[in-house]
Design a protein around this ligand. Structure first.
Ligand code: ADP
Length: 540
């Protein structure tokens, strides 16, 4: 039996009364003991007593860090790049999940999926949503491009299942579909034999991205057609798959795909898939047919020469339901931005559903990347994580993990370094934290060369000092460790459709400090907001 502080319960008495559960145990007494095993008696409703032995520690690891090898900035292999134990989240099944009455077959079609092809929150949400629907009894597949950068070892049971041809620009491209499993979710990877999706990163390869995703959108439908796969729902995400609803209703629905209905989730309306009519022609649709206000034209270019199309707008018009990722972002997008008129017109099928995080994947009590585990009832491991990260990055610590210097607050900011994320506020925070004697770590990657240079300049000067570290890399492992080490997670976005960073921060015991916008306004409530004091969980 697993116990609430993460150790194992061994019942020394053979009979277990059905009403006994772990909440009845004297956890507070237990927490304060520095014992590896602890025996005590449980009095149950005065009718009998039971002797229980608890192995303290268990999942939570050691609390004083005695057996840990402390990292240092001079380590040849940085502490976040070392080998971590395999982690099969699919074996970690939450207990009380009710099955839905109507069970559906859902196929997600997406450019990202965590952890194999993750750039930001889209990847997290696709995996988390797929896993949540699986637990509720649905059949779920995720289709994504077989990017060259995907690490095959992260996929179980990878098998070639279909070789077929899919159309692009007047030719039929030989294409392979592979099946595999990631985090317990069945995936189908689409691999064209041309140059699409080659390169070291998910985005930014030396191929035309828009044309590659047009190809991918059609190749997913073509695969369903050749294999006779008819899901109930095809769930597309973002502009990259915005052409799929057009292809479905104007091409494949009149072939053999009859059953599916299309859901589009918009994770960020800033990227709308600008596309010329000629580019749309390349996937076999007639681009000029879509150049009208009620279809896919970018309203701002109507009557211009040339007019432009938007795959996202096309997706909004042609999908059966359109979802965005928070109620506040729904309101914001109905009130401003050029897509608002299309969204108002399709208001009856447009809904805002707040994103969540996957509590199994993001779980400080079982996270394999953490040097020590912890949870809401026992924070000892969090102190150790902070000490570990401070040591590894050369930030001052106390002489020992139990020293009070851990009281120096540590702020972390884990983000794509793009204008949306409030770059000037991040820079301002770096300065203020240093002035106020705190510590701050920024983990971010800048897709834009100018922003990258700016942050490299900041990193070169601040990283010499003793309170700020700026790391311009993408590292899933380090991100987990930083959330665990943090006292505060900073999310100063100018706009934020939902944001996951603040939720992950809260899950790992850090206080979110955010700008009140979009999904941040829906998830973070000010501690100082007196009338709603009981909702307070951060500051905004
Ligand atoms: P967005 O989707 O706009 O990037 P979110 O807050 O919704 O923002 O999600 C960001 C996700 O990407 C989080 O899981 C965050 O931890 C992760 N992330 C962002 N930058 C990095 C990075 N440099 N290294 C590792 N993870 C990152």
């Amino acid at each position: 039996m697993e116990c609430a502080i993460g150790g194992k319960l061994k019942l020394l008495s053979p009979s277990i009364p059905s009403f006994l559960n772990s909440r009845r145990l004297p956890w507070d007494q237990l927490r304060n003991k520095r014992l590896t095993t602890y025996k005590f008696q449980i009095q149950a409703q005065n009718c009998f007593s039971l002797e229980v032995e608890v192995e303290k520690g268990g999942n939570l690891g050691n609390f004083n860090g005695e057996s840990l090898v402390w990292p240092s900035p001079s380590d040849e292999i940085p502490f976040w790049n070392k080998e971590f134990p395999c982690w099969d989240v699919s074996s970690d099944i939450p207990v009380e999940v009710n099955k839905d009455a109507q069970l559906l077959h859902i196929i997600h079609v997406t450019a990202e999926m965590a952890p194999i092809a993750k750039v930001g929150g889209l990847g997290d949400v696709v995996t988390g949503l797929a896993r949540a629907c699986l637990l509720r009894g649905h059949t779920v597949d995720v289709m994504l491009p077989f990017y060259e950068c995907i690490i095959k070892e992260q996929i179980s049971d990878l098998t070639l299942i279909t070789s077929y041809n899919s159309y692009h620009d007047g030719s039929w491209i030989p294409t392979n579909a592979y099946r595999g499993v990631v985090s317990g979710v069945a995936i189908i990877l689409i691999q064209p034999t041309n140059h699409f999706f080659k390169g070291r990163n998910v985005y930014g390869g030396s191929y035309n991205e828009l044309e590659a995703y047009l190809f991918f959108s059609r190749a997913c439908l073509e695969w369903m057609q050749v294999t006779g796969t008819q899901p109930d729902i095809i769930h597309v995400h973002e502009w990259q798959t915005g052409a799929l609803p057009l292809l479905y209703w104007d091409m494949y629905h009149s072939l053999s795909l009859k059953k599916p209905r299309i859901v589009l989730t918009i994770h960020n309306m800033e990227h709308f898939g600008e596309c010329s009519k000629e580019q749309l022609d390349k996937c076999g649709l007639e681009g000029s047919i879509y150049a009208s206000i009620d279809k896919a034209v970018d309203d701002r270019t109507l009557g211009h020469n040339p007019e432009r199309l938007s795959l996202l707008k096309g997706g909004i018009v042609y999908s059966n339901a359109v979802v965005t990722v928070s109620p506040s972002y729904l309101k914001e997008t109905l009130c401003s931005g050029w897509l608002s008129s299309a969204l108002i017109k399709h208001r009856d099928k447009y809904i805002g559903i707040l994103n969540g995080i996957d509590n199994t994947i993001w779980n400080p009590a079982s996270d394999v990347f953490l040097p020590a585990k912890f949870h809401a009832q026992n924070f000892e491991g969090k102190k150790l994580c902070k000490y570990y990260v401070q040591k590894g990055l050369g930030l001052p610590t106390g002489a020992h993990v139990t020293d009070m210097t851990h009281k120096v607050p540590l702020v972390v900011c884990i983000t794509r370094l793009v204008a949306q994320k409030g770059l000037h506020l991040i820079v301002h925070a770096i300065k203020r934290v240093e002035e106020l004697g705190g510590q701050m770590i920024v983990l971010g990657k800048a897709p834009d060369a100018k922003v990258e240079r700016e942050f490299e300049g900041l990193a070169n000067s601040y990283n010499q000092g003793c309170s700020i570290r700026i790391l311009l890399i993408y590292s899933e492992e380090l991100s987990h460790m930083l959330y665990a080490a943090a006292d505060m997670v900073l999310v100063p976005s100018m706009y934020e459709p939902c944001g996951l960073s603040q939720m992950i921060g809260m899950r790992y015991g850090a206080v979110p400090v955010v700008r009140k916008t979009g999904g941040l306004a829906d998830t973070v409530f000010d501690m100082d907001d007196q009338p709603n004091h009981e909702m307070g969980n951060g500051t905004r």
